[in-house]
Design a protein around this ligand. Sequence first.
Ligand code: BTN
Length: 336
Amino acid sequence: LDKVGIFMKVEILKALKESPQQYVSGQQLSRLLGVSRTAVWKYISELRQEGYQIESSSRKGYKLITSPDNLSAEEVLVNLHTSFLGKEIRYYETVSSTNNVAKEAAARGCMEGTVIIADRQESGKGRLGRHWVSPPKSGIWMSIVLRPKILPMQAPFITLLAAVAVSKAIEEIAQIKPGIKWPNDIVIHKKKVCGILTEISAEMEQVNYLVVGIGINVNFDISNFPDHIRETATSIKAETGTYVNRVELIVSLLEKFECLYSKAFDEKLRPQLMEEYKAYSVTLGNRVRAVSMNHAIEGYAEDITNDGELMIRTDDGKLHKIISGEVSVRGMYGYV
Ligand code: BTN
């Protein structure tokens, strides 16, 4: 991983973006970065290979014409304003699963907030051992490494916050309000656009690391999908009719997640964070069926506790606390 190269390219892009449609001289860039003009030229050619259209003139310098619609660490970093989340981004064109790459990085001691992004996954993983379809150029497949000082049983709460962050980001960038199906499916018009898979390495009384894997169906054309997926899944573009810039969505998501995550360990702020979650819930107030391990219950989704558990009132008046599992909501994903 060429960290220096990425840093240099980010600084060059920042400088070029600061003077839109104007030339920035090679000398200015070389002074800014503290490297030779030949080195500047080398980074510019790398940027061109990555899809940036940069005009050059031997007298005037360099001018950015267009940025690619590709995902890249540089594009995210240029726009990102966070203090630790996404300060290190590792971008891959193809991986098996970003969660697997993130787990390896975490085990080798990468810093908290490291983000793994891929354009495409060959064996994307969903919850409960399912497969997650992850085609190129059209989705966000990314994993975030966190090292919270919490008990393993508190980990699901972090995943709920990730769901809130994704929802807020979609609302901001795509201008449509999504819903969260408990615990952490994000839906638009009753179909799933995002799933989150958190994996954890822990001892009984301490978490070593969490990997929060987020998959968002952004721009893909859902009609290419097999029938069984099309009934329950969709993409942001399919629902809003407009193309969404993936970099903008990633930047917004990371900024919102950092903000929520930084409040997560203050007990006093939990109720407020859960209120934010509940405001997106499409589970609350509906008839639901919860299936866990070996039994199923059906009832009314009455509340979500400050630890994120779902409270279901069955018809006999009893209240049940659901910690994890699959919950179907009437009217969604084929439950009628
Ligand atoms: C679900 O089943 O709802 C969870 C889907 C999680 C998919 C994301 S895509 C990025 C990360 N890498 C994976 O292999 N899975 C998660």
